[in-house]
Design a protein around this ligand. Structure first.
Ligand SMILES: [Zn+2]
Length: 228
């Protein structure tokens, strides 16, 4: 148990390390030139969302007119559109662009794919790692696309269970491989911040198909390979 909690702490410190706070006027990135937040350009979409954020600020008892909050509605609107951009991407089309014919028929595994998503119940983040494996049957896909398919589904409102299955199903559908296995380990801020569960609780979900279900040695090999 001890090594497990150390492992969890290491995972969190890795994530914090890779997302160090930028220097700026506030304690977070409030740079209006942030390119990530400027991906949405439709003024109607931004306007509607901004007004909703203003209503939220009023609803929680804030004063949307005070200095620090003046640009917050638009910032939150842009940020939300970025964090949910997966709705406007087609994961299967994205995968199809990088499919190659290849006789390789051993397991292909990409592990420790960083994952950031938002739970659909509270719209709070959950984040962690995804491990994605498949056994080709005449077709392989560019390795980066396995990480991309995780991202496309993660950038939507999700429950971790469905996210795991959607990744499996998209890969299964496009490559028709001998099997797909997806494991996600994540921390849910709706549990951590709201004090429902312990700070370090990690939720693990898995979705498998084909040989990962029918062949015990294959499943065991996969589970062994994703162990830290
Ligand atoms: Zn939640």
């Amino acid at each position: 148990m001890k090594s497990n909690s150390m492992k969890q702490e290491k995972m969190l410190s890795d994530i914090l390390e890779s997302s160090k706070l930028p220097t700026g006027r506030g304690s977070c990135c409030d740079d209006d030139d942030c390119s990530l937040d400027n991906t949405e350009t439709d003024p109607l979409v931004l306007d509607g969302l901004s007004r909703a954020v203003t209503a939220m600020l009023e609803g929680i008892g804030e004063e949307p007119g005070r200095e620090g909050l003046l640009k917050t509605p638009e910032r939150v609107a842009r940020s939300l559109r970025f964090l949910t951009k997966g709705y406007r991407e087609d994961p299967e089309e994205m995968l199809k662009k990088a499919v190659f014919t290849e006789a390789y028929d051993e397991m292909v595994l990409v592990r420790d794919i960083d994952l950031f998503s938002m739970c659909e119940h509270h719209m709070l983040p959950f984040f962690g790692k995804a491990h994605v494996a498949y056994i080709p049957d005449g077709k392989i896909v560019g390795l980066s696309k396995l990480a991309r398919v995780v991202e496309v589904f993660a950038r939507r409102l999700q429950v971790q269970e469905r996210l795991t299955q959607q990744i499996r199903d998209a890969i299964q559908s496009v490559l028709n491989p001998k099997g797909v296995a997806v494991v996600i380990e994540a921390r849910h801020l709706c549990m951590v911040m709201r004090g429902v569960e312990k700070l370090n609780s990690i939720t693990t979900t898995s979705a498998m198909s084909g040989q990962f279900i029918t062949s015990q040695p294959t499943r065991s090999e996969f589970l062994r390979l994703i162990k830290p």
